[in-house]
Write a protein that binds this ligand. Structure first.
Ligand code: KIV
Length: 271
C-alpha cells in the first residue's frame, strides 16, 4: 500500500517559529490556480495574492483600481491550487481606509469567499485600530510599511523610503505599534538595509523584505518580475530568475510558423 506523506501546512505559528530558529521565509506573489500549484509544489512558504495583480494581471499603472471582487476571484483561484503554503490576500485600496468596521467587513468577505488564511494591509499607526479589530475577529493580519504603493499619489514617486532619520524613526515606531495591534508579520518595502535589519531585530514577528536587504527574516518578490515576464520594471533589488518573456515569445513564434507552414498538426497529432 502506498504511504501518503502528510503535508504540514504553513501557519502563522510556523512562520513565528522559523524566525526564532533563524530560518528564512520565502514568499512570492501568485494570482491564479495553475501557477499557485507550481509555487506550492516548489515549497514556497507564503503565497501573497498581491494587489500587484492590478499591474501584472490587469495592466493598470497603479494598484489603486483593483476591486475587492477582483481580489476575491484571484485569491479563490490560488487557494484551490494550494496544499501547503500560507495564502495571504491584499485588502485593496478603498476597502479598509474608511474605518475599522469597513476593514473588518472586507476581511470577512475575503476569508469567507476565498478560503485564504490571512489578509494584508498597508500602513502604520493609522491602521492599528483596524488591525486590532480584524485580528480580534480571528483573522491573521500581515502589515506593510516603507514604500506603500497604495499611497503613490501622496508620495508622488516610488523611490526608496525612510532615508531620513525622521521617517526612519516613524517606521520603527509603526512596526512596534502594528505588532502590538496583532500583526503576525510585516512586509518592509524599499527601505535601507540597515534600517530593515534594526526593525527585524526589534520585533518578535517575522519581517519580510522586498528591496530591504538581507538582514530580515524572509524575502518576497512579484512573480512576474522574478520570472522575467515583465521587462520594463527593473529596480536594483530585483533578481530575475528567468526570461519567460522571451521564452513565451519564442514558443508562440514557433507555433505560428508551424501553423502557417501546415507543419502542425502532423499525422500523430490528429484522429
Ligand atoms: O501587491 C504586492 O505584490 C505586494 C508585494 C510587493 C509585497 O504587496
Amino acid at each position: 500500500m502506498a504511504v501518503q506523506k502528510e503535508i504540514r501546512r504553513v501557519t502563522t505559528r510556523v512562520l513565528y517559529d522559523m524566525k526564532q530558529k533563524g530560518e528564512k521565509i520565502a514568499m512570492l506573489t501568485g494570482y491564479d490556480y495553475s501557477i499557485a500549484r507550481i509555487l506550492d509544489e516548489s515549497g514556497i512558504d507564503i503565497i501573497l495574492v498581491g494587489d500587484s495583480a492590478s499591474n501584472v494581471m490587469a495592466g493598470f499603472e497603479t494598484t489603486l483600481p483593483i476591486t475587492l471582487d477582483n481580489m476575491i476571484y484571484h485569491a479563490a483561484s490560488v487557494v484551490r491550487g494550494v496544499k501547503r503554503a500560507l495564502v495571504v490576500v491584499d485588502l485593496p485600496f478603498g476597502t479598509y481606509q474608511g474605518d475599522s468596521k469597513e476593514a473588518l467587513s472586507s476581511s470577512i468577505r475575503i476569508m469567507k469567499e476565498t478560503g485564504a488564511s490571512a489578509v494584508k494591509l498597508e500602513g502604520g499607526r493609522e491602521v492599528a485600530e483596524s488591525i486590532e479589530r480584524i485580528f480580534s475577529a480571528g483573522i491573521p493580519v500581515m502589515g506593510h510599511l516603507g514604500l506603500t504603493p497604495q499611497s503613490i499619489h501622496k508620495f508622488g514617486t516610488y523611490v526608496v523610503r525612510a532615508r531620513d532619520s525622521e521617517e526612519a524613526l516613524k517606521l520603527k515606531e509603526d512596526a512596534k505599534i502594528i505588532e502590538a495591534a496583532g500583526c503576525f508579520a510585516i512586509v518592509l518595502e524599499k527601505i535601507p538595509a540597515q534600517l530593515a535589519g534594526e526593525v527585524a531585530r526589534s520585533v518578535k514577528i517575522p519581517i519580510i523584505g522586498i528591496g530591504a536587504g538581507p538582514q530580515v527574516d524572509g524575502q518576497v518578490l512579484v512573480l512576474h518580475d522574478m520570472l522575467g515576464i515583465t521587462q520594463e520594471f527593473s529596480p536594483r533589488f530585483l533578481r530575475r530568475y528567468h526570461n519567460l518573456h522571451d521564452e513565451i515569445k519564442g514558443a508562440v513564434k514557433n507555433y505560428i510558423t508551424d501553423v502557417r507552414s501546415c507543419d502542425f498538426p502532423n499525422e500523430k497529432e490528429q484522429y
